[in-house]
Design a binder for this molecule. Structure first.
Ligand SMILES: NC(=O)c1ccc[n+]([C@@H]2O[C@H](COP(=O)([O-])OP(=O)(O)OC[C@H]3O[C@@H](n4cnc5c(N)ncnc54)[C@H](O)[C@@H]3O)[C@@H](O)[C@H]2O)c1
Ligand SMILES: O=c1ccn([C@@H]2O[C@H](COP(=O)(O)OP(=O)(O)O[C@H]3OC[C@@H](O)[C@H](O)[C@H]3O)[C@@H](O)[C@H]2O)c(=O)[nH]1
Length: 320
């Protein structure tokens, strides 16, 4: 069969086979909504904001599958019992049988202290979980979006990071279950796309913050704010000159929905290029919340990336 060709290693619009036709069950008499959307990890921080936005559209029916490892039903309480909403306790390392048109595949612990807690489970979630969701996408002819991460660039030697950069990742370090796991997940996405014609989208998400981050989940924004509110020292991990670029969650959700509904497979960087050192961030939080608190330098963890800033040229050019 004649196929559209790839235009390079980033795979924009790559297709080697036509996409499978949607499952006939999709059109059953029980089907009410125009689009039935599965959100894995939808009880988590970004996932629950994504669900809020998707539910605003009355033509959407939303199914969340989550094992509640880092997420919570509380994040979705306003939708529980809604006729267009369904919440399933499900671990993505097990196959899932549902009839859907789109899959936002977010399920994976994101905070380093949680993804390092059970690294074997984290890599299973990334690899087996993504395989299962791709299997589902193939069976029902759904489009699938993976939330990959800036961590695929590792401790980057190019700055800012473009999608063309292949990264500098330690394959055997304590972060590998997450960053190598996401790299394999991206590989699986492209292999299913080329081999089976699955419609894929890959977002490489940079550090995101906002309401519903777990207060004690270890990420720097929630840590500093919680510490400032409690009047405790702000724990800046050494050397403090490492940088991150922080994006507000509502902007991230807009980006994810645009990517899903646009024509570009990605990978696409999603984030805010405003870059801070962790010392600068601590000073900002101190100034805004509690000028009395002190800043305390603490030991860092292995392989902490020294710099991170997205080049978002591609995201800006992408038409929704
Ligand atoms: N927040 C960020 O800054 C950031 C940055 C880059 C990438 N991401 C990616 O975005 C996604 C969401 O991140 P988040 O910040 O909302 O994290 P989160 O930890 O708040 O949410 C993850 C959700 O996935 C669920 N989950 C974990 N393992 C699961 C499994 N095996 N089966 C089913 N559900 C499972 C959790 O219970 C939780 O509800 C993740 O894929 C993460 O890798 C986030
Ligand atoms: O209390 C703290 C916590 C963290 N930090 C520093 O703040 C920086 C950011 O750390 P975070 O734990 O918030 O997040 P990281 O950037 O390491 O990983 C993050 O980015 C990519 C995503 O995929 C992950 O989900 C996310 O956790 C690191 O340099 C860390 O050393 C502190 O200085 N103090």
């Amino acid at each position: 069969m004649a196929q559209k060709e790839t235009n390079g290693s980033n795979g924009e619009h790559t297709t080697s086979r036509p996409p499978p036709t949607p499952s006939p069950l999709r059109f059953s008499k029980f089907f009410q909504a125009n689009l039935r959307i599965l959100v894995t990890g939808g009880a988590g921080f970004i996932g629950s904001h994504l669900v809020d936005k998707l539910m605003e559209n009355e033509k959407h029916e939303v199914i969340v599958a989550d094992n509640f490892f880092t997420g919570s039903k509380d994040n979705l309480k306003k939708w529980i019992g809604h006729p267009r909403f369904e919440l399933i306790r499900h671990d993505v390392t097990q196959p899932l049988l549902v009839e859907v048109d789109q899959i936002y595949h977010l399920a994976c612990p994101a905070s380093p202290i949680f993804y390092k807690h059970n690294p074997v489970k984290t890599i299973k979630t990334n690899v087996i979980g993504t395989l299962n969701m791709l299997g589902l996408a193939k069976r029902v002819g759904a489009r699938i979006l993976l939330t990959s991460t800036s961590e695929v660039y590792g401790d980057p030697l190019e700055h800012p990071q473009t999608e063309a950069y292949w990264g500098n990742v330690n394959p055997i370090g304590v972060r590998s279950c997450y960053d190598e796991g996401k790299r394999v997940a991206e590989t699986l996405m492209f292999d299913y796309h080329r081999q089976h014609g699955i419609e894929i989208r890959i977002a490489r998400i940079f550090n995101t913050y906002g309401p519903r981050m777990n207060i004690d989940d270890g990420r720097v924004v929630s840590n500093f704010i919680a510490q400032a509110v409690r009047g405790e020292p702000l724990t800046v991990q050494k050397p403090g000159t490492q940088t991150r670029s922080f994006c507000y969650v509502a902007d991230m959700v807009d980006g994810l929905i645009k990517l899903m509904n646009g024509n570009n497979t990605g990978p696409i960087n999603l984030g805010n290029p405003g870059e801070f050192t962790m010392l600068e961030l601590a000073e900002n939080v101190k100034e805004l919340i509690n000028p009395e608190v002190t800043v305390m330098m603490t030991e860092n963890t292995p392989d902490d990336p020294r710099q991170r800033k997205p080049d978002i040229t591609k995201a800006k050019e992408t038409k929704a």
